[in-house]
Structures are given as structure tokens and as C-alpha cells.
Design a protein around this ligand. Structure first.
Ligand code: AMP
Ligand code: GLY
Length: 434
């Protein structure tokens, strides 16, 4: 039996997921809400208000959707899985209580403390008690210090002041500035020194499978300088993550996370994104996300040789006739041995204000790399920009160097007014291979 699938989201991550799902012989129709011009050829883009769970449910029922896959964190933290599952539908993505691993930094830190999962030392304060927070920072007298708004802040909720004066300014920003909504609670933590990398797993509530690792480039500028962004490029696998570090991450971090969430009554399902700092004491958790990374997804999904939809179906126990295709816990998920690199083509000005509606040229001239759309829109016969991160170009190769070169050869053929990209994506990975 073939099934209809609904995928929620519109970014590069969702284009990559749609690309993976669309290859499956188990797929009948893929609906993407809202999708982007890149997903148009893989399924049917549909307009749905995903914050209106009843509307999503109605769509699912009218279109005989057997599995809903949720890309971004917002709908998960808002409980879309709870609503749809209560109505008897299968959803890939954690319920609200489990999505708290991303939705509340205080929950995540307290959870790690309860389960001895390595992370930075921390203390939590109430927004009304910022005097105590200021006292605590002064008494620690150790800079930089890390200040985090507890709630979702679109990737902007972390401040890393380098001095007492900067820390007091940051506290004020969290109390009264644009972050005050997300910062009713505030986590203050120790600054960890090391290099960041991420490990991704698919979870069914009881067990998990690691599906890959990557390194992202969060800063807008060359050499990891400038403002934070959603991610300017990534590569997979990340050479910094040796077999030994990966084994340690599974044993000391992912396993206790999955078993701890289950034991506490919030079985974790869906993609688990573990952001790590590789410190001199080993890997420590910087953050959890309750979804796939963007752009990390764009370099991991193309490595997958197994049928992505079959894995999603198994992990959610979605019924297929004749009978389900396999038990998730005993399933092997296979990947090729190549490297992937993705470079993000962004709008001039991003991550601050930028213009939209610029005509993109050169898309058809790229043959030997994958292009995943993010902030794009169709305008008649043309594709125009519609966001900060516009396109992801993904090169593959037997070596990381080759994957990087293919990405850059491809991205140099595409342009729009004001477009820019970082020219050093992957350089920090090459350093570990020398
Ligand atoms: P988060 O939103 O928690 O991922 O934090 C955003 C970024 O801040 C991370 O990717 C790190 O670069 C940095 N960061 C967060 N927490 C720490 C920490 N405890 N030590 C050092 N850097 C951190
Ligand atoms: N690329 C970072 C993230 O998805 O959070």
C-alpha cells in the first residue's frame, strides 16, 4: 500500500526532507504545507494555517494522510503532535512535553542535571529577580558568561557578554528588550571552550538510531565572525567527531536522554538534534533541538541509502498494509560513505534587514550539485528571493575537499542582486583531516 504524507514547513530542511520522502516507493502523494518552489516538483504545495491544529486535522482527514512529518520547532512546541495524535493520526515529531527539550532551556538543563548528562554548569533566575542574577554573575566573576532566555527566541536568545559591564547590559536587554517575552526565566551558564558539532538521531519513544553528524557555521562572516544566523553552511560527516567521541556521545548523552525522557513520562519521538561542545573533558551538550537542523539536514539526508519514508513509518508505527514493513528497533539505516557540503546563498543584509523579490538566475546551469530552496518564491516564470537564507547548494565527494569544491563551483553559477555566501564553509573540517 502507498500512503499520502503531509510535510509541514517551508525551508531548506523541508525541501531536503521532501526530496528524501519523494524517492520512496511507499509514497502515494506528498503534500507540503506551505512548501517552497523547490518542493513543487516533489509533491503538492498546500496552504494551511499550521498554528490552527483543527485545520490541519481536517486536511489530513479529507486527503487520507497517513503520516504527518513536522519540520520546524514552533508547531511541535505548540503541541501539533498532541492534537493530531489525540485525533488518531500518526505524526513524526515529539509531543509538546517532549519538545520542551528545545522549548524550555530551564527544562533541558534541569533534565540533564537529573540524568548526569554532561553540560555547562548553570543557575536559573526569574525575570523579576534580576538583581539576584546580577549578584550571581558578579560573584562568579568569570567571563565570558552565557545568558539564555528560557523560551523559544528564533535562535537569538543567547547572549555571551565578555565583561561585567556587558553582562549588566545583557541582563537589561533580557528584562526589558526584544527578548523579554522569551526570558520570563533566565539561564546563566558557564562558558564552554571547544569546537561545536551536532549529532542527529531518529527516536521512537523507546529507542533511537543515530543518523549522522555535522558541523554548522552559525556566524554570518568568514572565520566565524559577525552576527549569528540560522546557519550559513554545513558539512557531514564532521571529522572532529572521531569514532570514540561518537561512542561517548551515544552512551553518555543520547542514551540517557531517550531513557530519561521515557522514564519521566515524556517518551521522545521524532528527530533529536544534540548540539555539542567538544571540550577537553569530552562532548558536552550546548543545546537540544526537537527537530532536524537547517542546514544540517541538507547534508545528512542525501547520504541516506535507506528509504527515509520507511524509517519514518517504522518509527511512528504507521500502519501499512500488508502489515508494517519493519520494527524500528531492529531496523538498519544505511548511509553512503561520501562527504556532503552545503553552502547557503543569502540575501544582502541578512541576518539583519534585507530586500525580497530579487530575480534568481543560474538555477538551471547547476548539474552536479543538489539545490535545496529555502527563502524563494515563484513569480510567474521566475524564481525570486523571499527570505534571508535563499538557497542551499549541496556538493558531494569522496573527500570533504571534493564536496566543498563542488558546492562552490555550483554556487558561483547562481546569483541575484545582493546575494552573498561565506567562502570558508568546511575549512574547519579540513583542518581535522590534516
Ligand atoms: P544555543 O541557542 O543554546 O545553541 O546557543 C547559541 C550559541 O551560543 C551556540 O551555538 C554556542 O555557539 C553558544 N553557546 C551557547 N551556550 C554556550 C556555552 N555554555 N558555552 C559556550 N558557548 C555557548
Ligand atoms: N543550524 C542550526 C539549527 O538548525 O538550529
Amino acid at each position: 500500500m502507498k500512503i499520502n504524507v503531509l510535510l509541514i514547513g517551508s525551508g531548506g530542511r523541508e525541501h531536503a526532507l521532501a526530496w528524501g520522502i519523494a524517492k520512496s516507493p511507499l509514497l502515494n502523494t506528498l503534500y507540503i504545507a506551505p512548501g517552497n518552489p523547490g518542493t513543487e516538483s516533489l509533491g503538492e504545495n498546500v496552504s494551511l494555517d499550521v498554528s490552527n491544529h483543527a485545520e490541519v486535522q481536517q486536511f489530513i482527514e479529507e486527503h487520507d494522510v497517513k503520516l504527518t512529518v513536522v519540520g520546524p520547532e514552533q508547531p511541535l512546541v505548540e503541541g501539533i503532535s498532541d492534537h493530531l495524535e489525540a485525533a488518531g493520526h500518526k505524526v513524526f515529531g515529539p509531543k509538546k512535553a517532549a519538545a520542551m527539550l528545545e522549548g524550555s532551556k530551564e527544562f533541558a538543563k534541569d533534565f540533564m542535571a537529573r540524568h548526569n548528562i554532561p553540560t555547562a554548569a548553570y543557575k536559573v533566575f526569574d525575570q523579576d529577580d534580576f538583581e539576584a542574577a546580577a549578584e550571581y554573575i558578579k560573584s562568579q566573576n568569570s567571563y565570558p558568561v552565557v545568558l539564555k532566555a528560557d523560551g523559544l527566541a528564533g535562535g537569538k536568545g543567547v547572549l555571551i557578554p565578555e565583561s561585567e559591564a556587558e553582562a549588566m547590559e545583557a541582563l537589561q536587554e533580557l528584562k526589558t528588550g526584544s527578548l523579554s517575552g522569551a526570558a520570563s526565566r533566565l539561564v546563566i551558564e558557564e562558558f564552554m571552550v571547544g569546537e561545536e558539532a551536532s549529532v542527529f538521531a531518529i527516536c521512537d519513544g523507546n529507542s533511537f538510531k543515530v543518523i549522522g553528524n555535522a558541523q554548522d557555521h552559525k556566524r554570518v562572516g568568514e572565520g566565524d565572525t559577525g552576527l549569528n544566523t540560522g546557519g550559513m553552511g554545513a558539512y557531514s560527516p564532521a571529522p572532529i567527531l572521531t569514532a570514540e567521541l561518537l561512542a561517548k556521545t551515544e552512551k553518555e548523552i543520547i542514551l540517557p536522554t531517550i531513557s530519561g525522557m521515557k522514564a519521566e513520562g515524556y517518551p521522545y519521538t521524532g528527530f533529536l538534534y544534540v548540539g555539542l561542545m567538544i571540550t577537553s573533558e569530552g562532548p558536552k551538550v550546548v543545546e537540544y533541538n526537537c527537530r532536524f537542523g537547517d542546514p544540517e539536514c541538507q547534508v545528512i539526508i542525501p547520504r541516506m541509502e535507506s528509504d527515509l519514508l520507511e524509517v519514518l513509518v517504522a518509527s511512528t508505527n504507521t500502519p501499512l498494509n500488508p502489515l508494517s514493513r519493519g520494527d524500528f528497533s531492529t531496523m538498519d539505516i544505511n548511509f553512503d560513505q561520501k562527504y556532503r557540503c552545503t553552502v547557503v546563498l543569502a540575501s544582502g543584509g541578512y541576518p539583519q534587514s534585507y530586500e525580497k523579490g530579487k530575480v534568481i538566475s543560474g538555477l538551471d546551469s547547476v548539474q552536479d550539485a543538489l539545490i535545496f530552496h529555502a527563502g524563494t518564491k515563484r513569480d510567474g516564470d521566475q524564481i525570486v528571493t523571499n527570505g534571508g537564507r535563499v538557497l542551499n547548494v549541496v556538493g558531494s565527494g569522496d573527500t570533504l575537499q571534493e564536496a566543498i569544491e563542488l558546492s562552490y563551483t555550483a554556487i558561483s553559477k547562481i546569483s541575484f542582486e545582493g546575494s552573498f555566501y561565506r567562502s570558508d564553509i568546511g575549512a574547519k573540517g579540513l583542518k581535522h583531516l590534516k
